[in-house]
Ligand binder design. Structure first.
Ligand SMILES: C[S@@+](CC[C@H](N)C(=O)[O-])C[C@H]1O[C@@H](n2cnc3c(N)ncnc32)[C@H](O)[C@@H]1O
Length: 240
């Protein structure tokens, strides 16, 4: 089963042999693909709503292959966020929360004290409010191992955050790092994609500044962020 680039990027962070949980699983694309590849031991496919779980059940049945029984190895669970996963057997090692707003993802993580465990890897893919999620993760003591960009078929650029609990290693992000993603600026990223990402951020800040100016509001903060975006672009040798 082929995943789209967004879910493929999330899948790339799941460790070999993981006991995997996919929160907000919808079609259960991630658990099915990871099991068919032999990348994980077993999975919990969790969702708050019964409709997506029914879709997941049907999708799992339609992907059964000779020799790989998916329904034996994917447990469907109707739950809010990570509630009830603390007592799962075997214990989960890798958790994905993808395709939701950054605020909801931060709430889901905050409400589950059992994930404050350095052995558990979180793979988070916010559709919105990325800066809020990065700030919340740092405040809760989650260390971002890496963050990677991906571009969807409709040309939207998202990032996937891979982190674990390690308060002693946490770097408190600056305002600009919260917005841009510190690891996206530091890591060896796809160079062309990062430039496109920075260009999109630049255009969005130009629009915000223009809007604030015409409304007679101060836009000093946005101008400072714009200057930092331009500085990263010029470091990459990109035309401003
Ligand atoms: C947009 S879909 C994302 C599906 C998949 N994870 C992806 O990234 O393609 C969001 C899913 O999250 C589920 N969801 C929303 N809030 C949730 C919560 N608090 N706990 C668990 N699932 C939730 C929704 O029912 C829906 O199936």
């Amino acid at each position: 089963m082929k995943l789209d680039t967004r879910l493929e990027t999330a899948a790339s962070f799941v460790r070999e042999g993981a006991v995997f949980a996919d929160i907000g699983t919808d079609h259960a694309y991630l658990p099915i693909a990871l099991l068919l590849r032999g990348q994980i031991r077993c999975a919990i496919a969790a969702d708050i709503a019964s409709g997506p779980l029914q879709t997941a059940r049907e999708h799992i049945a339609s992907c059964e292959r000779d020799g790989v029984s998916l329904s034996d190895r994917i447990r469907l669970m109707q739950t809010d966020g990570l509630i009830g996963l603390d007592t799962a057997e075997p214990a989960v090692t890798d958790i994905a929360v993808c395709g939701m707003g950054g605020e909801l993802i931060a709430e889901i993580v905050a409400q589950a004290s059992f994930v404050r465990n350095r052995e558990i890897r979180l793979i988070l893919q916010p559709m919105t409010m990325q800066a809020h999620l990065r700030r919340s993760l740092a405040e809760m003591g989650f260390f971002v191992e890496t963050e990677r960009l991906c571009k969807t078929a409709n040309d939207k650029i998202y990032s996937v955050i891979c982190c674990h609990y390690a308060p002693e290693n946490v770097h408190t992000p600056t305002e600009t790092e919260e917005i841009l993603g510190r690891e996206l600026l530091r890591d060896a990223q796809d160079f062309v994609l990062r430039s496109e990402y920075l260009q999109q951020k630049k255009q969005s800040y130009l629009r915000i500044i223009e809007g604030k100016r015409s409304a007679g509001h101060s836009c000093d903060v946005e101008k400072r962020i714009l200057a930092e975006i331009e500085s990263h672009l010029s470091k990459d040798g990109m035309p401003l």
